[in-house]
Design a protein around this ligand. Structure first.
Ligand code: GCU
Length: 835
């Protein structure tokens, strides 16, 4: 029995369910070649809520895992025996005397030395020391054993994450299960997972977390929840992660019972001061507030004809005495603008709403700006607001959450996208003005600045729904600390820590990840047109028509002859003028606008020639074929790693990559079909609309099935699918196979809706090739759909099936709930071919 328990413990300890992320502390292959290991850890603060105490424990745990050695933690160093000493500068110098190197330490910075007899880890503050400990462990975990001594300082003081969790436990744009913070209206009782998350965040030097949705519920402010906030802060404090909350601007009225929420009304001001004091008495180190006001239906100061600065400063006054800050979001726009107005432009909103307020914000206010002028699209220029606000502290808002980029079901390594934005030189006053230097406050010499990323972890053991997507969270933290790092280097550190040292694993995963953003851009929306996802529903699958003719302002302005937003000054919305002159000139002129933003700034004919020599429409067609074919190679690349990665993570990633490969084809065909239909310009390579390997379900003999016109039309091959005639009728679709006898990969495209688990059986001749269930809603985290559309469209493939000409193809579909066992088409693919 004991043996069994021991075996079980080992198995459990080794479970690779993703929960340990990059903090696995796996034994390194050459542990014995690390010769300098001290025999004790000296943590210069033994209070259990102190990050120094945490650092000591973490070092002990990490070294045990990585090197297989147990070391004790002591209050002081033993005479004569080398130690790892971890503490603040002050604590260290009191005991060990002056340390010259620490003169350059900035807030949260650390000094790490492995050169002397002792390993020295000294933080400017306690949090910095913990960062140093994680850095040391990261080095050991990657076998970076060479002696080093260096100071590391953050690029910017604000390095936060934003969770969009609702009090009922759901998460806005969350793809990994329900909230770890809230349930049924209140903060959860069990906060273990929150502590684990704080640990992950600390290891990538994130120092603040907003735990609730920007679309905030005022009930967060009730007494039970304030007590809950205290509990959350208590478990995050040992990791140096400060808690903050999103506020609902109308709380004084909706929750406090006042008759107003006017920021210049003294009783409103007093109400906020009072509730803020109450929260700080339970969470004395609260980071501050995040506010979304007058945006997408949220209340704000404009209701009372007050300015956004009046609104922000009200919170600034309340938090100032406590040292808190206010992140005020620049995502303010009118979502009812008139599409018939050629000069209207949502991209102008940020500058229009905030420019005249520059200098009017209190010094503990930071304006938090999404990286592009619209909304986390696959390609956007940086927001012109970064170069507009000179007397205001700013932070960049990024999204680890892949809201418009495949909901973590598509591999999209985002660090290269962020890098492009951060390194972008906006040339304010014709001087170097990189976005990264603006948000760090270096360029305009502001008191605060930094970054925030929407993350949306859930209860799923993988944290965000996919093992590979965690590289984005890792890279976000590392880049917030030091934006000069290269995306491939960050990635490889992450791979070594998460998956080990095998060269093939590192090379393959690097290759896949670095190809992933361009591939996704290629098979979704190119040339700056945006992602072309369905912006009115799930933000997931293709629906380019959803962008236009509504008030949301994510327009593509596609018509029969032309497409793109004209953002020029001479003829369009004037958005180009919001950039400093050198940049404005570049974007004003179609010749000097880079191809990848052509349709962001210009409205051009489909026949416009790009710098590559291709026409816009042919580029669309080619890019969609290229991008989708790269997504197919990810499956093979991943499968080449079988046996080199634990089964649990291998299988999960394989499942997701296979799914992505199928959905990339859905994207490719939908977008190409849509623009072909609109422009009537054929694909030079004759691929679009021409699918010789497909048998359309609607053309098969049907019994219990009926034809169904799918909407949007372009999300079905031939615009039509089949569904069962009722939700209790079994459908049978048959056809004679006319392809030459041989071996084929057989792909079935079908729709997997939420609200039912239909069952399918595929027969060839009298052999059953496979059965499957429409249960992707349980296996994928993406926002599900109740319709046959671009979100629910998917593919299953049976490889290497022997087929004889004349065999009968038969699919039997059993509906379930509202899922009528929908089928789009069946492909017979000669090996190696993807139709
Ligand atoms: C997007 C997103 C919303 C979110 C909003 C925001 O529009 O779809 O879910 O609330 O951004 O950032 O406030």
């Amino acid at each position: 029995m004991r043996l069994l328990i021991a075996v079980l413990l080992v198995v459990l300890a080794a479970a690779e369910d993703g929960s340990r992320a990059w903090l696995r502390y796996a034994r390194v292959p050459n542990a014995s070649s690390y010769r300098f290991l001290p025999s004790s850890i000296v943590a210069l603060n033994s209070t259990s809520s102190s990050p120094i105490y945490t650092a000591g424990r973490e070092l002990q745990k990490g070294i045990r895992g990585i090197l297989g050695t147990h070391i004790n933690i002591n209050g002081t160093a033993k005479q004569g025996s080398p130690s790892i000493v971890v503490g603040t500068v002050d604590a260290y110098q009191k005991i060990y005397g002056d340390l010259d190197e620490v003169e350059d330490l900035a807030g949260d910075g650390f000094f790490l030395s492995t050169e002397g007899r002792n390993v020295v880890i000294v933080g400017q503050n306690e949090r910095g020391a913990l960062y140093g400990a994680f850095e040391y462990l990261s080095r050991l975990g990657q076998e970076k054993f060479d002696p080093v001594a260096y100071v590391s300082n953050p690029h910017a003081p604000i390095r936060w994450v934003n969770e969009w969790d609702n009090l009922d436990g759901s998460i806005e744009r969350g793809y990994a299960g329900p909230s770890i913070f809230f349930r049924d209206g209140y903060v959860v009782d069990n906060v273990t997972r929150v502590a684990e998350y704080a640990r992950l965040l600390a290891s990538i030097r994130i120092n603040g977390i907003i735990i609730n949705n920007v679309n905030a519920n005022p009930e967060l402010l009730n007494s039970r929840n304030i007590e809950g906030l205290g509990r959350l802060a208590d478990v995050m404090r040992p990791y140096g992660v400060q808690l903050g909350i999103s506020l609902n601007f109308a709380s004084p009225q909706r929750f406090g019972g006042l008759d107003s929420f006017d920021p210049l009304d003294p009783k409103v001001d007093a109400w906020w001061a009072n509730i803020t004091d109450k929260i700080y008495s339970r969470v004395p180190d609260m980071a501050g507030y995040l506010v979304k006001a007058n945006s997408e239906g949220q209340p704000g100061p404009l209701t009372y004809n007050r300015t956004l600065a009046d609104g922000a400063n009200m919170f600034a006054r309340a938090t100032k005495p406590h040292g808190g800050i206010v992140m005020f979001r620049a995502f303010v726009y009118d979502n009812h603008i008139n599409p018939a107005n050629w000069t209207a432009d949502r991209a102008n909103a940020g500058v229009e709403f905030f420019q005249h307020l520059d200098g009017k914000f209190d010094d503990n206010v930071v304006v938090q700006i999404k990286y592009g002028p619209i909304d986390f699209q696959v390609r956007e220029p940086p927001s012109p607001l970064f170069s507009t606000l000179r007397k205001t502290s700013t932070a960049i808002e990024l999204q680890v959450t892949q809201e418009y980029l495949g909901h973590q079901c598509h591999l999209v390594y985002l660090a290269p996208l962020w890098k492009e934005i951060l390194e972008y030189d906006l040339r304010a006053d014709d001087k170097p003005s990189k976005v990264k230097d603006i948000i760090s406050s270096e360029r305009f010499k502001r008191p605060l600045g930094g970054s925030a990323a929407v993350v949306n972890v859930g209860t799923n053991t993988t944290w965000i729904g996919s093992h590979l997507a965690m590289s984005n969270l890792y890279a976000y933290g590392i880049m917030a600390w030091d934006p000069s790092v290269e995306p491939d280097e960050v990635l490889q550190d992450w791979i070594r820590l998460t998956f080990g040292f095998d060269r093939q694993v590192i090379e393959t995963m690097t290759d896949m990840s670095l190809k992933s953003w361009p591939a996704y851009e290629n098979y979704t929306g190119n040339l700056g047109i945006q992602t072309l996802t369905d912006i009115l529903y799930a933000h997931y699958g293709p629906n380019p028509a959803s962008q236009d003719n509504n008030g949301w302002g994510q327009w593509t302005r596609a018509d029969k002859d032309s497409l793109g937003m004209d953002r020029t000054v001479k003829n369009g919305t004037g958005n180009a003028r919001q950039y400093p002159p050198a940049i404005a000139r570049m974007y004003e002129n179609v010749e000097t606008t880079p191809d990848n933003l052509l349709l962001w700034f210009h409205h051009v004919p489909y026949t416009q020639r790009l710098k590559s020599g291709k026409t816009v429409i042919q580029h669309f067609y080619d890019a969609h074929y290229d991008g989708a074919s790269v997504a197919q190679t990810f499956v093979k690349q991943w499968e080449s790693l079988e046996g080199k990665i634990d089964v649990e993570r291998y299988e999960h990633v394989r499942f997701l990559q296979t799914y992505q490969a199928g959905h990339a084809l859905v994207w490719r065909d939908a977008i190409n079909q849509f623009y072909y239909n609109l422009s009537e310009i054929p694909d030079e390579a004759k691929r679009v609309g021409n699918h010789p390997y497909r048998i359309e379900a609607e053309k098969m003999s049907l019994s219990g099935y009926k034809r169904y016109a799918v909407s949007p039309f372009h999300t079905a091959s031939g615009y039509t699918a089949v569904i069962t005639t009722s939700n209790s009728t079994i459908g049978i679709a048959t056809a004679n196979i006319t392809y030459a006898s041989g071996t084929y990969d057989i792909a079935v495209n079908y729709y997997d809706l939420i609200g039912g688990k239909a069952q399918y059986q595929l027969d060839i001749g009298n052999r059953t090739i496979g059965t499957w269930t429409g249960d992707l809603e349980d296996r994928l985290g993406h926002a599900p759909s109740i319709y046959l559309d671009g979100h629910s469209a998917t593919r299953i493939t049976f490889r290497g099936v022997k087929v004889n000409k004349g065999d009968m193809l038969k699919i039997v579909g059993r509906p379930d709930g509202i899922e009528p066992a929908p089928i789009d088409y069946v492909s017979f693919l000669p090996p190696g071919l993807v139709d």
